[in-house]
Design a protein around this ligand. Structure first.
Ligand code: HEC
Length: 299
């Protein structure tokens, strides 16, 4: 009798243990703390997806206005609200919108959202980013409809433009973890420095033959400096100085980062300032390796 009792007891304990561990190990929904931390890091490396936040308003709730030659578009609510945000989308649908610019209903996104650049993000970073986006407070705020001024923009012009003119990054098979390759990955894909710092051609595509050579009339009409290593018109700061600027916004001459650069450094829930020193140095090192382009921006 005693033996049986203890066997039953052991069985009960085993069952309880199984019950305690099973849900955690089989549910795909609950990301680990490490996955969320990684997602937040990637989110910071994009500059905090700041285009989706109106300064001083709820994070990721969208509604920020962008004017372009095609018309006006407002950034989307990317909080996990099921009705007005992306809470009802699958992970795959969120990733497809992020890197391919397609909504679950097939509709194309206006490339103000830089999907041709985010296409260069590694699958694991995108997955972690999605897990983090789902962890941010949901905000109920309906998306504002875009106003497209060009006839047949989405059906004819945009697909043709994407195919003919828009440079597209390709994803690495695995995330580069150190050295110039790491810097290149962060600059070209995740941090999308070129969206602001690369001049644009007549079609408004980034002119990657002059990668990061500055734009006198960048997003939101900002004057964006040339950060190629050109001695006369580009960035001549040391690697340490560049890495420090990406954390603090302090320039070697005592000035501080303003406007959009201040925004991406500070970020929202995270920004460039939260990148590790190793990553900020990798970015600085990579900037030293790109072709110097003479292009004077500003005075
Ligand atoms: C959202 C647009 C935007 C993005 C993205 C962006 N920048 Fe900037 N950047 C700017 C603007 C605007 C300025 C000018 C800021 C000012 O006037 O204080 C600037 C200034 C700078 C400067 C100072 C240059 C100088 O001569 O004063 C450096 C260095 C720089 N950015 C590097 C980067 C790097 C590296 C990335 C990507 C990791 C990046 N930026 C991403 C808009 C952007």
């Amino acid at each position: 009798m005693i033996g049986l009792e203890s066997r039953a007891g052991r069985l009960a304990v085993a069952l309880l243990l199984a019950l305690a561990f099973l849900p955690a190990s089989t549910s795909a929904q609950a990301p680990s703390a490490a996955e969320l931390a990684r997602g937040k890091y990637v989110f910071g490396a994009t500059g905090g997806c700041g285009c989706h936040t109106v300064p001083k308003q709820p994070v990721n709730a969208g509604g920020r206005r962008y004017d372009g030659p095609f018309g006006t578009v407002y950034s989307s609510n990317i909080t996990p609200d099921r009705e007005t945000g992306i809470g009802g989308w699958t992970d795959e649908q969120i990733i497809t919108a992020t890197r391919l610019g397609r909504r679950p209903n097939g509709e194309r996104l206006i490339p103000v959202h830089p999907y041709t650049v985010f296409n260069g993000m590694a699958a694991d970073d995108l997955k972690a980013l999605v897990a983090f986006l789902r962890s941010v407070p949901a905000v109920k705020r309906a998306n504002q409809p875009k106003k497209i001024a060009v006839p047949m923009f989405e059906s004819v012009f945009l697909p043709a433009w994407l195919a003919a003119f828009a440079p597209k990054e390709s994803p690495p098979t695995s995330v580069p973890t150190s050295g110039t390759a790491r810097g290149e990955y962060l600059v070209r894909a995740v941090a999308h420095c070129g969206e602001c710092h690369t001049p644009r051609t007549m079609t408004m595509a980034t002119d990657n033959s002059r990668f990061l050579a500055g734009n006198p009339k960048g997003p939101e009409d900002s004057e964006v400096p040339n950060i190629t290593p050109d001695k006369a018109t580009g960035l001549t700061w040391s690697e340490e100085e560049i890495a420090d600027y990406l954390e603090t916004g302090n320039k070697p001459d005592g000035d501080v980062a303003g406007g959009l650069m201040g925004e991406v450094i500070d970020g929202t829930l995270a920004g460039y300032k939260d990148l590790t020193k190793a990553d900020r140095l990798a970015i600085a090192r990579y900037l030293k390796t790109i072709p110097a382009v003479q292009n004077k921006i500003g005075k």
